[in-house]
Every structure is written in C-alpha cells, then in structure tokens.
Design a protein around this ligand. Structure first.
Ligand code: SF4
Length: 477
C-alpha cells in the first residue's frame, strides 16, 4: 500500500526481463523506492504522474490511462469492491489542485519496451539534448518557467508516434461515409438497435433478427463479447448484417484486441463495407465466466482507440507511422455514461472522447429522465452537443428480478420506484414496455439525435416500441 496515495495495488509489477548495466539497475531501484511509496508508482516506464495529480493510474485493474471507465463509483472500483477507483482519487485530487484541465490530454498507450525500466536517465539525456544546465538556468530566471517545464515534460510523455493533446480534432470536411452519418448530418432522427451476436456458429438467427428490425432501425450494433463472455465476433456479425441489407455498427472492445489487431480489424472491416465503429474499453474479464485468462492487460483504452482510428482515417498512418493506402473511412462512435455517479467527472471524459475524434455517442441505459435532462444540459454547456450526435440508450425491462440484475451492470442505475412498479405489476413484461414508452416520451424532444435500443435477448419488442412511441413518424420527418 503506497503511503501517500489512496489505493491498494492490483497489478503484478512490471519488471524488465533484460539484464541492465549496474548503474541502470541502481537507478531503477532508486526510482522505484522513491516513487512507489509516494505516488503508488508501478514502474510502467511511461510516466504520467504530472497529468494525473501525482497518483499513478496503473493501479486501475483495466490499466486505463485516460480516465475512469463507465462503471466507476465514488465508493469503489467496480471490478474489485474492496478498493477505491483510482481514477476517482485522481479526479478528486485534480479538482483540489485546480488541475482538471490536465485530464483532457489524450495520453499514449504504454510503450512496452520501456515497461519496468527507469526513466530518469532518459529524462537526463533529453534535458542535456535540449540545452542542459545553461538552458535550465535561463528558464528558471524566466516568468514562463512552469510553462517551459510543462512543455519539456509533455515532449517526454508524448512520443512522435502518438502526439496526444487536449485540443478538439473534428473530422475534416468530407462526404458522409455511411448512411447513418448521412442521416445524422441531414438532421434526421435516427434509431439504432443492439443485437447480441449468436452464441453458436450459425448466423441464421442473427439474419432473422436483422430482417425483422430492418424497417424500424437505421443501423444495428453488434456487441463485442458483451459481459466479457465469448460470442460470434462483431466483425462477422456486421458482415452478415450487411449481406442482409442493413447497415451495421461494429463495436470494438479494446479489451479483446491490441494495437496491431485493431488496426488490422479496421482495415478489414472497411474493405467489407463497414464504416460505423463504436470504440469501447469493454467489461472486465472478472465479470465473465471462469476460467479467467490474464486480466490486467488493456493494450489500449477507449479514448486511445478513438484517437488511433481518427489518425488512421485523417492522417492515413498506422501507429508505427507507415502510410495506409488508401486510408479507411470511419464514422467514429463512443459510449457515454449519463448515470456515472459524478456527472462532472463524466463530462470531462465525454469532452476528451469528443476532442479525440468521437463523432457520435450511444449512451448507457436511461431510466431516470430528470437525471438525463441534467446530463444533457451539462453536455450542452461543455459544447459537446454541437460537436457530436447523441443517441440515447433505452431498454425495456422484463421483470423486477431482471431490473435488480441490471442494476449490477456497470454504469446502469434503475431507480427503486421502477423496481417497485415492476414488482407490483400483474404483467411485468407489459409494465416494462410501458416504462420504456414513458422514458422515450420523456426524452424524445430533448436535443438528442436518436434512440439506441439495447433490448438484448428481446429484440422482437423493438418494432412495437418504435411504432407506439411515435418514433417511426419522428424519423421520417
Ligand atoms: S472503476 Fe473502472 S476506472 Fe476505476 S479503477 Fe476500477 S476499472 Fe479502473
């Protein structure tokens, strides 16, 4: 347990396997002994402490380097309830220090070559290259010394292959790359629906569901091993969906891939005609069935995924800086969490995702209309509504028991009043439909751009919800 930081360590230590020289080993030991007790340092070799209020984020079981996941709570980490969410601690301390603007910088994924190694020698070499003592003395005498220091550290933590920053990166002027984008750009109210990929090797059931939804939705999302449980791949499901004449949204969970795999997937998906891609971190494998594989490796987080896809598209470059010919066309989506227990923290994350390149958001499930209205106001104040499209997440509940189960899903919060209503109802399923219709009625005239249905396992109810809520007319206006 680090002395001055609030969390408890989770991840196994990252130590290099190679045999360093004695001075380097001594330096690494000194760095570990100094930074570990004070900042909870995990020797990731890619230090971010300056941006994270001097709390090491590598305690996060997902290894997230750009902010909390959608399941975080002020009380505890959702993966391990015995420990706090380290990102809450970082956000809280940043608020106290008045450094929340630093949380907007898109921080790079680990350079694994450096993991476990010391950084002080590297920093000293860079310092020398940039002018050493002479330049330092000059900087110290200058009024801008803090800015000079910040710039020096930024150059160190943002390698050329990443170049992350805190600035907005909207897509350059372009023709819409998908029908979904085209409809949103033209101001059409859209409907998307999530379909869980099959749990077998046949696509027949998927094609049936997609064909049934065809008239009622503008695109269908395919989850990527939802709840950390294997199913048919989202890529294969999207391909079957396209063949059935419906536009798909490819969900990419960073959990199940790495920087190499995802770049390959994006190119392959594009060649197959898939343009809408939703970037997610993914549920922790701990939530999935045993046996569990290694659980501490997220090569990329969702924000890094968005940043990577945007650069592939707009700069036509692989992460290793080779040219991509031709560059992929992508309509980039992200998830948002209106139910995060501290909306102010979540807005920082949504802003960061938008800056990184997210063009549309599909929100987590909404059961509290008033809370969602507050969230929309916050998005508006943060300027996100004019920069990204918002599709509000809706799902009917089938029973009180299902509602209680869903309350355990990271980022989902069903008010007790709804659970009570479900419990008292003689026909819980019908009650669930009526609740969903009331929610749609409560939100459909807010400045949202569409509804995203997540009636997983109950996709057959979507046509009724679309028709009875009046959404079918709304989308054809
Ligand atoms: S709640 Fe999410 S972000 Fe926070 S420590 Fe746990 S996994 Fe990481």
């Amino acid at each position: 347990m680090p002395g001055l930081t609030p969390g408890r360590r989770w991840q196994p230590a990252y130590y290099a396997f190679h045999n360093d020289t004695l001075p380097k080993k001594a330096l690494a030991t000194l760095e570990r002994l100094t930074k570990s007790p004070f900042f909870g340092c995990r020797m990731c070799g890619n230090c971010l402490l300056q941006e994270t209020a001097f709390i090491c984020p590598m305690e996060c079981p997902k290894g997230l380097r750009n902010g909390p996941c959608g399941g975080s709570t002020p009380e505890h980490c959702y993966v391990d309830e015995t420990r706090p969410c380290i990102w809450y601690k970082i956000y809280e301390r940043s608020e106290k220090l008045g450094t929340t603007e630093k949380l907007l910088e898109v921080l790079p994924p680990l350079d694994w070559e450096k993991v476990g190694t010391e950084q002080w020698w590297d920093l000293a070499c860079m310092w020398k290259k940039k002018g050493g003592l002479k330049k330092t003395l000059k900087a110290l005498a200058s009024r801008d010394r803090m800015a000079i220091f910040d710039q020096f550290m930024k150059e160190y933590r943002q390698p050329d292959w990443w170049q992350g920053d805190d600035q907005p990166h909207p897509a350059p002027a372009h023709e819409p790359v998908s029908k979904l984008e085209e409809k949103l750009v033209s101001g059409t109210f859209v409907i998307t629906a999530e379909v869980a990929p099959p749990i077998g090797a046949s696509g027949d059931d998927l094609i049936k569901k997609v064909t049934m939804l065809k008239e009622y939705v503008d695109a269908v999302n395919f989850t990527d091993n939802p709840s950390a449980t294997p199913r048919m791949s989202s890529l294969a499901s999207c391909t079957l969906c396209l063949q059935a004449g419906v536009e798909p949204v490819l969900q990419i969970a960073a959990r199940d891939t790495n920087r190499m795999g995802v770049q390959a997937t994006v190119l392959g998906a594009n060649a197959l005609g898939i343009r809408n891609m939703l970037c997610l971190s993914g549920d922790h494998p701990h939530l999935g069935p045993a046996p569990h594989g290694r659980m501490d490796i997220w090569d990329l987080d969702s924000i890094q995924l968005i940043w990577l896809l945007r650069r592939m598209r707009d700069e036509g470059k692989f992460l290793d800086q080779r040219d991509i010919k031709p560059a992929p066309q992508i309509f980039i989506g992200a998830a948002s969490s209106p139910n995060a227990s501290r909306p102010t923290f979540q807005i920082i994350r949504e802003t960061k995702k938008t800056n990184a390149g997210a063009q549309f958001f599909q929100t987590n499930l909404i059961y509290d209309v008033d809370k969602f209205k507050d969230y929309m106001e916050m998005l508006d104040k943060a300027g996100i509504l004019s920069r990204a499209y918002i599709l509000a997440g809706v799902a009917p509940i089938r029973s009180a028991k299902a509602a209680m189960m869903m309350n355990k899903v990271p980022g989902v919060k069903i008010p007790q009043a709804i659970i009570d209503r479900m419990e008292k109802s003689a026909d819980a399923k019908e009650e669930g439909v009526q609740i969903a219709l009331e929610i749609i009625e409560g939100i459909k005239n807010l400045p949202i751009n569409g509804i995203h249905f997540m009636a997983v396992g109950w996709e057959s109810i979507v046509p009724r919800l679309v028709t009875e809520s009046g959404l079918q007319e709304k989308r054809s206006k």
